[in-house]
Design a protein around this ligand. Structure first.
Ligand SMILES: Cc1cc2nc3c(=O)[nH]c(=O)nc-3n(C[C@H](O)[C@H](O)[C@H](O)COP(=O)(O)O)c2cc1C
Length: 345
């Protein structure tokens, strides 16, 4: 049997196989449109996720969902920042679980990459725009940082109440939690910046707070990305190690690594990283997933370029990750998992 179609138990939850749908905002794909006004779930959205689950997908992670009305990413995205969203979130979780998948959801605060039109203003660790020509965010006060952390916890509890079994904090792609990690965006001189430990504090504290409030009711994970920090200099191996170990210590159950090429050697993604692990340019050089797996015992989800079922299978079989997330290929073919099972025999 292929490695991809073996079950995985994490805590009290068993995922029926190693195939995951990574979070993907469907508003970006107009054919999946039919979005509700006011950040609410629609029947069309629930039907989309149910279809992916029905195809046999093990873990279905619903798209980035706002924890704060002031931290929305896109018009047409969904929210978990108020109890009025509970029925829609419950509809989504039930639709996924009814098809035998573990129901996950990603929680986001947009930070400097928010829609200023929706949010009124964008906020961030510092007044550094996400793009050179982008709007300048307002630097958060420490009291506002704590309030946003509390909103992550409140949204996580709301999603657990709605029936979600896996909650994922969006610590990738330059949104708020990731912006705190980024040297280029975090120029703070207080406890939430100024050093590697300071830049890690926002994400670690948020994970710890959510874990504390949530207990073991649901699995907790965090998505991270490195490809948007290629210009940070320093020792990327040490940076990655501090990030991964810090998240493990914060009490996560899973780590989700977003890459721009899951099966490429780490050194091709980030030459400095390759040198840091001493294998740059070697044919058998480890991938980022393999590097991360030497740093932590946490089960690892990996995404990026695994749309060919044989690649997804190899990612699991060869120890690059424990779960293979398949993004764009599943948007194109919601029955991807069914077809992958046929292809792998
Ligand atoms: C339309 C679209 C929407 C996305 N939305 C999100 C999102 O909400 N949260 C997130 O972490 N990544 C998001 N991503 C990134 C995907 O989760 C995934 O990491 C990326 O597409 C690479 O995987 P792939 O090569 O299998 O497509 C999105 C990608 C696409 C194409």
């Amino acid at each position: 049997m292929s490695a991809l179609f073996t079950p995985l138990t994490v805590g009290a939850f068993t995922v029926r196989n190693r195939v995951a749908l990574p979070p993907m905002v469907c508003a970006v794909k107009p054919s999946l449109g039919a979005r509700g006004a006011d950040d609410a779930v629609t029947d069309a959205l629930a039907a989309h996720y149910a279809r992916v689950a029905r195809a046999g997908t093990g873990l279905v992670i619903v798209e980035a969902t706002a924890v704060d009305a002031g931290g929305r990413c896109w018009a047409g995205g969904i929210g978990a920042y108020d109890d009025r969203f509970l029925p829609g979130l419950a509809q989504l979780a039930a639709a996924i679980r009814a098809e035998g998948a573990v129901a996950g959801i990603q929680l986001v605060h947009a930070g400097p990459q928010g829609s200023a039109a929706l949010n009124g203003e964008n906020v961030g660790p510092s007044a550094v725009p996400a793009r050179p020509d982008g709007p300048v965010p307002r630097a958060l006060t420490v009291a506002e940082i704590h309030a946003i952390q509390a909103r992550f916890a409140a949204a996580a509890l709301r999603c657990a109440d709605a029936g979600f079994q896996y909650l994922e904090l969006h610590g990738a792609h330059g949104f708020l939690l990731d912006s705190f990690l980024m040297k280029s965006r975090n120029a703070r001189t207080d406890a939430y910046g100024g050093s590697r430990a300071g830049r890690l504090r926002m994400l670690e504290e948020t994970c710890r707070l959510v874990r504390g409030r949530l207990g073991r009711r649901a699995l907790l994970g965090c998505r991270i990305s490195l490809f948007n920090k290629l210009d940070e200099g320093g020792d990327p191996g040490a940076r990655l190690e501090a990030l991964v170990r810090g998240l493990e210590a914060a009490g996560l159950d899973l780590l989700h690594l977003s890459t721009d090429g899951a099966l490429r050697p780490a050194g091709q993604l980030e030459p400095e990283m390759g040198r840091a692990v001493g294998a740059y340019g070697q044919a058998a050089a480890p991938t980022l997933g393999q590097v991360v797996k030497t740093l932590t015992r946490l089960p690892l989800i990996i995404a990026g370029g695994l749309g060919d079922p044989h690649d997804a299978d190899r990612a699991v079989a060869d120890g690059h990750a424990d779960l293979a997330a398949v993004g764009r290929a599943m948007l194109d073919d919601p029955e991807w998992t069914l077809h992958a099972r046929e292809a792998l025999g």
